[in-house]
Design a protein around this ligand. Structure first.
Ligand code: SF4
Length: 417
């Protein structure tokens, strides 16, 4: 089951798995020969020394093209090649002249990402990519595939990272345990969607050839969720710029309502986001109905306590008229009692919202046990008493460590990288 705004696998797990499950496909795209160096270290030799053209905003791209002696309309052609056709090299851009392609390739690279690992779950519903950046940092992206489920079309969701590492230190999160490395650039954020778009389009085309979908169903990535590594609102400007690129009708054309930004609750940024007049979805990782419980696993709660966060959510909902989504991971005997459900119901009472209840998968270290489906339904009943709508959804892609930061962690553990 998945919720109605996104289908991201949850990142709840501190499991450091010491084995590879036998039931997933594993491919090492590029050898991981060294541990990620600090951002200040020299760039890895395998990454291109040229700057990525994906770092240029549309305006900057246009002025750059004009400075190169080309007509303005060439910028639109180039933009379409990059973001709509997701061309892998300038040589593939047949609408541009050969000399122009040559000058572009002498000044810029395209993708700032180098894929080093690609995993697909046994049921083929989830794939996860590990990318190396120019300075050796490793980030992860996930592609989730959903079949038609009666009221929704089949869809493919890209779950992307916004930071290398994260400073917020949630105790249940693999990325949080790795510490903060640096913010991702706009190009590094958008490039993740482009990479997943290429995979999604190829799959669509194969299905069309097999007669499993019609030509009109060449969709590619349909949804994007900012739920990978990092706190998106801590990299505010780059994330906002990336959303504009993803939403551009001549490029990837991901509708704003198909984009979800997830935050642990940085109050000033939530209030700032309310003024952006974007139609994107906002999801808050809440996971507890009170400060005592929340502060145990989410240090950010000491800075922005639950009451202050919920006040900001009311302001956001009033300003944007958008429903807010809350994520609540159910941890057996920790935050899944009926009393805690009722407390959550009282907290969210009168707020235009929807709660996603996520029974966490048990972790190898035995820190967390799974809330069973019956207990999850009982919790849902407690929320219902206060008129709070909710959905119970299950984690996805667990056999490939699709939780945030886990693939990077595994690569470093197992490959000695
Ligand atoms: S904010 Fe997100 S990425 Fe950062 S530690 Fe918490 S859950 Fe992990």
């Amino acid at each position: 089951m998945s919720c109605e705004y996104c289908e991201c696998p949850t990142y709840i797990s501190v499991a450091k798995l010491s084995f590879y499950p036998s039931n997933y496909l594993f491919s090492m795209t590029t050898p991981l020969s060294s541990a990620p160096e600090p951002a200040s270290a020299e760039a890895s030799e395998s990454a291109s020394a040229l700057p990525s053209i994906l770092e240029l905003s549309r305006d900057k791209l246009t002025s750059t093209i004009i400075e190169m002696g080309e007509k303005k309309f060439r910028a639109s052609q180039l933009w379409r090649s990059l973001y709509n056709e997701t061309a892998k090299s300038f040589d593939d851009m047949s609408t541009l002249s050969k000399p122009f392609r040559k000058s572009l390739s002498e000044s810029y690279s395209i993708s700032p990402l180098e894929e080093v690992m690609y995993l697909t779950s046994a049921d083929n519903s989830t794939s996860k990519s590990l990318y190396r950046l120019h300075d050796g940092e490793l980030i992860e992206s996930v592609l989730m595939r959903y079949e038609t489920d009666g009221h929704r079309r089949n869809r493919k969701t890209a779950c992307i990272s916004t930071q290398a590492g994260c400073a917020l230190g949630c105790t249940f999160c693999a990325t949080g345990q790795q510490g903060f490395r640096r913010n991702l650039t706009v190009g590094e954020i958008v490039a993740q969607v482009i990479e997943l778009q290429r995979i999604a389009i190829e799959e669509d085309k194969a299905q069309i050839a097999e007669g499993k979908r019609t030509k009109g169903e060449l969709q590619g990535v349909t949804n994007v969720v900012f739920m990978g590594m990092g706190e998106p609102l801590a990299n505010y400007n780059n994330v906002m710029a990336a959303i504009l690129v993803l939403n551009d009708g001549q490029g990837l054309n991901i509708g704003a309502r198909h984009i979800t930004l997830s935050t642990v609750g940085l109050v000033p940024q939530i209030l700032k986001l309310a003024d952006e007049e974007l139609q994107i979805n906002l999801a808050i990782s809440l996971h507890a109905p009170d400060n005592a419980t929340r502060s145990q696993t989410m240090p950010v709660n000491k800075r922005y306590p639950v009451e202050e966060l919920i006040r900001a959510c009311h302001k956001y909902a009033n300003k944007t008229k958008r429903r807010i989504f809350f994520e609540y991971v159910l941890l057996k005997d920790q935050n899944d009692s009926i009393e805690q459900a009722q407390k959550l119901g009282r907290l969210l009472n009168s707020l235009h919202c929807h709660v996603n209840l996520i029974p966490v998968n048990p972790t190898n270290d035995g820190l967390f046990d799974r809330t069973d489906l019956r207990a999850a339904k009982d919790f849902q009943g407690g929320l219902k008493q206060y008129g709070i709508p909710s959905t119970v959804r299950m984690e996805k892609g667990i056999d490939i460590n699709a939780g945030c930061g886990q693939l990077r962690e595994r690569a470093i553990d197992i490959l000695g990288a």
